[in-house]
Structure formats: structure tokens, C-alpha cells
Design a protein around this ligand. Structure first.
Ligand SMILES: *Cc1c(COP(=O)(O)O)cnc(C)c1O
Length: 372
């Protein structure tokens, strides 16, 4: 068998992309809000069920710009159980991250813990819909309203996710998506910000294009975070196929669920009811004693068979050298996050992962569980 990685990107048919490339060669419009960019923005907004969406060069700069537009300063309450970019975006804005613990069932920021982390310097909450599981948006919204805080959702994992038939991207003040190659929908690299109104989107556009309003007017110290025409054209094709790809992921997911059923020491995060998922990740928690080996043991054993599962998200962001000195990074403040980070392993899942590969992976897991 070939190497099996935790994910493998979906790509559109090459011939279709070549046609789009020919059109770029003809127009010589390579970037700066070309026709593919404008079309993708419109089609994505419609597809995702949001009104105001701005494309960006990647998800990290989308987070940086969103924080700037909202003029968020001081302290922001966030989760340590995420990809590095979530907290780094705060750092790049000179904002102090305040880590708060996660819910042991969903692995998302626990709303019940947020209030205790609020200080006079708190200006916002930065939650993550980790693995595409929706946060408790109602509870987070209530806290934000009570204390006058902004909410920026890191929705990098949440492409197309709906709760009660509504896009979860419409909650909070803004949401940020990532279209990196490893995500459920990709534009090679890319991202987007979902915001509430056209004026906000206009200011976000200034910020992503050096602050340029017109030839003579630079309204803000903006950065360069535009999506180019090659990414946008690629993204338009991806959009045609993404539903089919997510359906294929769901089949892989269901096969794992049925084959892993009853394996001692292997548990899964809770599924939030009334959610349309995107099946991006397949995390399991490994309880070393009940299972027979700990998470790292399973990770190594799979590697021997060229199966490259990943320990998303370990180590916690609060353990990085940049952040571990913060008072909120103390282990005692984050017991659930540590418990999950020490046990979690994301098994391979992608549209073209074969049933045989899933059987092979679960076969190894069952062998360990039986062999103890
Ligand atoms: C991927 C990811 C990002 C960053 O997105 P890029 O497009 O790679 O810059 C941010 N937050 C989370 C949770 C992510 O997984």
C-alpha cells in the first residue's frame, strides 16, 4: 500500500482548469479583483448562505485583518485547542491572548468558563469551531452582549456547516474561513471573511489592499492579503465538485463509525444535534489503559504501516514558547484541553480514501485492542 496521509486534497479536472488558464492568459488580469475573483466571491456567498463575504489570500491574514477592522485591542479570550494561526493572529495585532478551557464533549471553548476570564481589558472572544463542530453560539453571544464584547469566529474548519438549517458563519460579528489545501474546500491557499454589512466589507477591502481607497487616498495602514485570479479560478471549479466530495467524506466517516464501534478505549467527540457537518476530520481519543497503548503508541504503530495520522491539536497553543509564560496558559487553568490534547489522534479522512484503507487502519486499531 502507498503512504496514507491524514488528508489528501481534492482537485478539479485538469482540462477544466486549463480552459480557465487560457482565459487568464488572454485577459492578462492576474490579480486585484479580476473577473474570477468577483465571480467566486458571489458564488461562494450564495453557496454558504451569507450576504457579505470577502476573499483573502489565506485564513491567517483574514484573522489578522478582521481583528484590525474591529479595532480589537487589550485582551481576547480564546481556546488553546486549535491550530497555531488562531492565537498568532492576536499576537500579530499586539493583543494579549487569554486562554480559557474547552468543553470535554465538543472540544470547543466552554461558555461556562468564559466569564471568569473577563477583565476590564477584555474586548473580544475568539472561539474556534474545531473540526467543524459548531460552538455553543447562543451562550457565547449572550456573554458577549452582557459584557459588550465582540465575537470573531475562527471557522477555518467549518466550510458549509449548518445548524438548524442556517449557516453558522452568520453568528458573531465576523467569521473567518480557510481554503488551504488541507481543508474541506480549497483554493490551494486562500480564505475569506464573512461580515455583517457592505461598509464593513469595504473597510476590510482597504485593509487587504494596502489601505488604498483610490489613487491618491490611502485610508489605513493596510497589508496585502488579496486572492489572485489563479486561486479564484481554481476555487470556482472546486465549488462545482465540493458537495460530491463532502458526500464521499461522509461515507468514509460512516465506515469508520461502524468499524470502530465497540473498540474499548477509543472514544469520539460528541455530535451536536441538528448540524449539517462537512466531515473534514476524524478525531478519536485514545484512553491508554482501556485500549492497550496510549495515543503516541497508536500513532507510531500506524506509522509503521505508512499511515500518517496526526495529533491535531497537540501540543496546545498555550504550551508554545511564545505563550506558555502567560498566566492563563497554566496547566491548572486548562484541564480539559490538556486531557484531550494528550489523547487525541486524527485518523486519515478525505474524499478518495478507499474502504480498503479504512479497513486496514481499523484492523490495526482492533489488533492492538484485542492483543492486550
Ligand atoms: C488552517 C487554519 C487556519 C489558517 O488558515 P491558513 O489558510 O492556512 O492561513 C486558522 N485557524 C485554524 C483553526 C486552521 O485550522
Amino acid at each position: 500500500m502507498e503512504n496514507i496521509y491524514v488528508t489528501s486534497p481534492s482537485l478539479p479536472p485538469l482540462e477544466e482548469y486549463q480552459e480557465y488558464l487560457a482565459s487568464i492568459w488572454q485577459s492578462k488580469k492576474l490579480t486585484n479583483y479580476g473577473p474570477f475573483h468577483e465571480k467566486l466571491e458571489a458564488e461562494l456567498s450564495q453557496k454558504l448562505g451569507v450576504e457579505h463575504l470577502m476573499l483573502t489570500s489565506n485564513g491567517t491574514l483574514a484573522l489578522v485583518i478582521a481583528l484590525q477592522e474591529m479595532r480589537i485591542t487589550g485582551e481576547v479570550i480564546t481556546t488553546p485547542f486549535s491550530f497555531a494561526a488562531t492565537t498568532h493572529a492576536l499576537h500579530w495585532n499586539g493583543i494579549k491572548p487569554v486562554f480559557s478551557d474547552i468543553d470535554p464533549q465538543t472540544y470547543n471553548l466552554d461558555p461556562a468558563k468564559i466569564e471568569a476570564a473577563i477583565t476590564p481589558r477584555t474586548t473580544a472572544i475568539l472561539p474556534v469551531h474545531v473540526y467543524g463542530t459548531p460552538c455553543d453560539m447562543e451562550a457565547i453571544g449572550k456573554i458577549a452582549d452582557t459584557y459588550g464584547l465582540k465575537v470573531l469566529y475562527d471557522a477555518a474548519h467549518a466550510f458549509g456547516v449548518e445548524k438548524d438549517g442556517q449557516s453558522i458563519l452568520n453568528f458573531g460579528d465576523m467569521s473567518v474561513l480557510s481554503f488551504h489545501a488541507t481543508k474541506a474546500y480549497n483554493t490551494v491557499e486562500g480564505g475569506a471573511i464573512v461580515c455583517k454589512d457592505a461598509k464593513t466589507k469595504q473597510r476590510l477591502r482597504y485593509l487587504q489592499n494596502f489601505g488604498i481607497a483610490d489613487e491618491l487616498t490611502i485610508v489605513a495602514p493596510g497589508i496585502n492579503a488579496k486572492m489572485n485570479e489563479f486561486q479564484a479560478a481554481f476555487g470556482l471549479l472546486q465549488l462545482k465538485y465540493v458537495d460530491g466530495e463532502i458526500d464521499k467524506r461522509e461515507k468514509v466517516w460512516n465506515l469508520y463509525d461502524s468499524l470502530l464501534d465497540g473498540v474499548p478505549g477509543i472514544t469520539r467527540p460528541a455530535r451536536v444535534p441538528r448540524v449539517r457537518a462537512n466531515y473534514s476530520y476524524y478525531p478519536v481519543l485514545v484512553d491508554g489503559e482501556a485500549f492497550g497503548t496510549d495515543r503516541d503508541g497508536l500513532y507510531q504503530r500506524l506509522k509503521e504501516d505508512k499511515i500518517f495520522a496526526r495529533r491535531y491539536f497537540y501540543p496546545l497553543i498555550s504550551e508554545f514558547p511564545t505563550y506558555r509564560g502567560l498566566p492563563s496558559a497554566d496547566r491548572a487553568n486548562l484541564p480539559n484541553a490538556h486531557r484531550v490534547a494528550d489523547r487525541v489522534l486524527c485518523l486519515p479522512i478525505f474524499a478518495d480514501l478507499s474502504p480498503e484503507a479504512v479497513q486496514l487502519i481499523v484492523g490495526i486499531i482492533r489488533e492492538i485492542a484485542l492483543g492486550q
